[in-house]
Design a protein around this ligand. Structure first.
Ligand code: GLC
Length: 543
């Protein structure tokens, strides 16, 4: 019997080097993270997703890996990693890690060997061309920053392909030896206790390399099946969470009902969610939910508000994107790659607790598994003086102490500066203050997480959208095994009152509301304040 734990999971993404520094060297580490698991436990997290922590020149925040079988020495040792896994397990939390195998760092010894010698066994692990490709700028991922997708290497005397920055040469994933190595990397981390992988850049990983090279691949998705099969043989309950910014039409080929990717991030839904927040109407998100394909079988969507990258609005129309820019990031410096915003959630929503709580409640009420970016649960802000996406990766703000309690190192030694001024500076926004006060934003989010964990209808069940004749309110009904939960979210700045015109509801038991109240009759009026939300269990059933 498969263990579908991820369907009701609360995933929390951590950048270890920015989370907690235990030894005062200015860089967060595994001992620090293990020490702060109480915070995650209080929030109700059940699964931690670690951003890359492997040895790396760190030119792309560790997504440029130079050794797949180790730990960046500044973050700790393999021993520290295993201790951390154990500490997480003791608290009932699973850990998933980034699997970044579309490319390596150019410092990886495979690439160093491949470029130095045409006869190297690693030469064919990368994608080369002797002649300059017709276009060396096709398929740039970071427009405005990245200059090319092919670069000439003087040592190799050939051009190599790189979907991302030029220091990230693409692996030739059509090479059986490379595929074998990918499985070996997975096996290694599984043996150390991880519960699966967030798979980086999946569309590029399986891209018919023939699009960019002269070696077409017969069945590119076969790689995903191979990875999945290996995973389930080694550890049946482990999962694959795909980073794949794809159209809904493509999703079924990624999921294959969970036989390829267990979960896929819902990037399309994410941008419609932000368009809805910008327009103060649920209509765009409602439409996305209506057309979003069912993952089928074991599959599940992963939903999120913000992540470690830019808020990617590339799938919106130009006019829609400009609306989002105007509302959430009007300054050119807040925008990035001609398509996104390099901002955190709280500043985008003006630090307004009502809007922020509504956004979190919505995240937890959406069909799929929620993924939270560290620091968003206390309302942290960004630092636009940092380059590109680094803006949203500043150290966790733990307390009003120097460096926000993140590190005892001198400020100039910190891996990144802590946000130390303004409305979102650590004096005003920090975990210690948030956890101390019962009425804080953090506790409101923790209550929502707890409601979500006690509502398997949302994670496991099917959803249908209830039309209440008002586009500004999103009403979802999630059902599972005869139990049902109704959630309502008001996107507008106006109070709302509505009736549920639904059959078969005699009584509604409030689970999560802005103000506590007793059971309601099924035909009662439901009121929401501006940007209000409520969760109601039907027919008073208690689980
Ligand atoms: C993914 C990551 C991003 C990284 C890129 C290259 O898109 O989310 O942070 O820069 O892959 O590895």
């Amino acid at each position: 019997m498969a263990n579908l734990w991820y369907k009701n999971a609360i995933v929390y993404c951590v950048d270890v080097k920015s989370f907690m520094d235990s030894n005062g060297d200015g860089t967060g580490d595994f001992i620090g993270l293990a020490d702060r698991l109480d915070h995650l436990e209080r929030l109700g997290v059940t699964c931690i997703w670690l951003n890359p922590f492997y040895p790396s020149p760190r030119r792309d925040n560790g997504y440029d890996i130079s050794d797949y079988y180790g730990i960046d020495p500044a973050l700790g040792t393999l021993g520290d990693f295993v201790e951390f896994i154990q500490a997480a397990e003791d608290r009932g939390m699973r850990v998933i890690v980034d699997l970044v195998v579309n490319h390596t760092s150019d410092q990886h010894h495979w690439f160093q060997s491949a470029r130095a010698d045409r006869a190297s066994p690693y030469r064919d692990w990368y994608v080369w061309r002797d002649e300059k490709p017709d276009s060396i700028t096709d398929g740039i991922v970071f427009p405005g920053v990245q200059k090319a997708t092919w670069t000439y290497d003087q040592t190799a005397k050939a051009w190599y392909m790189h979907r991302f920055y030029k220091f990230q040469p693409d692996l030739n994933t059509t090479n059986p030896a490379v595929r074998q190595e990918i499985l070996k990397i997975m096996g290694f981390w599984l043996a150390l206790g991880v519960s699966g992988f967030r798979v980086d850049a999946v569309p590029f990983l399986i891209e018919p390399r023939g699009v960019l090279t002269d070696k077409p691949v017969a069945d590119p998705h076969a790689l995903l099946t191979e990875i999945h099969d290996f995973l389930s043989w080694r550890k049946a309950e482990a999962i694959l969470l795909a980073e794949a910014n794809i159209n809904y039409e493509e999703a079924p080929s990624y999921f294959a009902a969970g036989d390829r990717m267990t979960m896929v991030f819902d990037f399309s839904g994410n941008e419609q969610l932000f368009l809805s927040l910008a327009r103060e109407t649920a209509a765009p998100l409602r439409h996305a939910l209506a057309v979003r394909p069912e993952p089928g079988g074991m599959g599940q969507w992963a939903v999120f508000l913000r992540n470690h990258d830019e808020l990617n609005l590339g799938g919106l129309t130009e006019q829609e994107r400009q609306e989002c820019f105007a509302r959430f990031g009007p300054e050119p410096d807040m925008q990035i790659y001609e398509r996104g915003l390099r901002r955190r959630l709280a500043p985008m929503l003006d630090g307004d607790p009502a809007r922020l709580k509504m956004a979190f409640s919505l995240l937890l009420a959406l069909p799929g598994t929620p993924v939270i970016w560290y620091g968003d649960e206390i309302g942290m802000g960004e630092d636009l003086s940092l380059h590109e996406r680094e803006a949203v990766r500043t150290p966790m703000q733990w307390s009003p102490h120097p460096n926000g309690g993140f590190s005892t190192a001198p400020k100039k030694h910190l891996v990144r500066p802590v946000v130390d001024s303004g409305e979102f500076g650590y004096h005003k926004v920090n975990a210690a203050m948030e956890t101390q006060h019962r009425n804080s934003f953090f506790h409101a989010i923790a209550d929502m997480v707890s409601a979500r964990r006690s509502a398997p209808e949302i994670g496991w069940g099917g959803v249908h959208i209830i039309d209440i004749g008002d586009d500004e309110v999103l009403v979802l009904s999630s059902s599972w095994r005869g139990a049902r939960i109704i959630t309502a979210h008001n996107f507008s700045s106006k109070p709302k009152v509505f009736h549920l015109a639904e059959e078969g509801i005699d009584e509604l038991m409030p689970m999560l509301t802005e103000s506590p109240s007793g059971p309601l009759r099924g035909d009662s009026e439901i009121s929401l304040s501006p940007h209000g939300y409520c969760w109601l269990r039907c027919n008073g059933e208690r689980r």
